[in-house]
Design a protein around this ligand. Structure first.
Ligand code: NDP
Length: 290
């Protein structure tokens, strides 16, 4: 017997989640503010109901995937959450997640806050690389793990309900750093007789090869020793920056994406971090407690 699921919210992501649970044989009750989106799923085997309250009443496990935190409050106000297992997969900030967790607890629900690290086409596709971060009630996660893992791999990152959102934003922020680097790289070759589709596989391979460096950074942070296992010292890397800035200038490319990071590297070097690699830069970003 597969766990029955209620799902509120049938946007692009909610619809993908719904299809994955239907395909895996979970009885599914759905509701959406605009009913037409639920009708398509009814034809595929979902049960549709008239109101959010009726959808919540239908099953113990209630998953929410709406636009933002305000739409979650709009939708759940007036529903009876007593004894429910509420899993909120709506993107928000860590403080919104903590406030919503307290709000759910006051109404008698167990609560998991989630962050979906996938786009809709990756949902329900094993091996697509997506995953869903969860934080909050560990007992609820353990009990519903198999059901929660149907759309994409489910990972619990701590009891603090804000931590899924924090992990989500941290991972996406790193992604934007990667996209910024790739944008600069493509800009460098833009005016040359270089086929970007021939360049892209080299770029992807290089980014993949370098991604593992985060493990070394993590160990240095954990141990408080920023010189541990250093292969490329900060002094050496700062000495190399004129090559990067000079090449950008030769190619007519603005250094505006690269320059702020180089400035941080220079500051850390000036403060005596020359024997480290890049880990000390992290401390320059974190403001000291008052
Ligand atoms: P969509 O814009 O496609 O859908 C938004 C959903 O929210 C719709 O079901 C909409 O209902 C509903 N909604 C909006 N406002 C209200 C309200 N006030 N009351 C009730 N329902 C409301 O968004 P997605 O499905 O793409 O995203 C849903 C969540 O998933 C977001 O938090 C998003 O950040 C997250 N996510 C999305 C990803 C993506 O690539 N799409 C990737 C990772 C996370 P209606 O149909 O009536 O307008």
């Amino acid at each position: 017997e597969k766990t029955p699921v209620t799902l509120l919210g049938l946007g692009a992501m909610g619809t993908a989640l719904a299809r994955s649970w239907l395909a895996a044989g979970h009885p599914l009750t759905v509701w959406n503010r605009t009913p037409s989106r639920a009708r398509a799923l009814a034809a595929e085997g979902a049960r549709t109901v008239e109101s959010a309250a009726a959808a919540v009443a239908a099953n113990t496990l209630v998953v929410v995937c709406l636009l933002d935190d305000a739409s979650v409050e709009d939708t759940l106000t007036g529903t009876d959450l007593t004894g429910k297992d509420l899993v909120n997969l709506t993107t928000g900030t860590p403080s919104q997640a903590r406030a919503r967790a307290a709000w759910a607890a006051e109404r008698g629900a167990r609560y998991l806050a989630g962050g979906i690290m996938a786009v809709p086409p990756m949902i329900g596709v094993p091996g697509a690389g997506g995953f869903v971060l969860h934080s909050g009630a560990r007992d609820l996660f353990d009990q519903c793990r198999d059901t929660l893992a149907v759309p994409a791999g489910a990972v619990h990152v701590g009891e603090n309900p804000g931590h899924a959102a924090l992990h989500d934003v941290a991972l996406l922020s790193a992604m934007y750093g990667m996209f910024a680097g790739a944008a600069h790289a493509f800009a460098l070759i833009r005016r040359e007789d270089i086929d970007p589709t021939a360049f892209a596989p080299l770029l992807a391979d290089w980014l993949t090869a370098m991604a593992g460096a985060v493990h070394g950074t993590a160990e240095q942070l954990r141990d408080g020793d920023y010189t541990k296992g250093v292969t490329s010292t900060l002094a050496m890397q700062v000495a190399g920056t004129p090559t990067f800035l000079g090449t950008a200038e030769e190619q007519g490319v603005s250094p505006e994406l690269l320059a702020p990071f180089f400035a941080l590297m220079r500051r850390r070097l000036d403060e005596g971090g020359g024997e480290e690699d890049l880990t000390g830069v992290i401390d320059l970003l974190v403001s000291r407690p008052e």
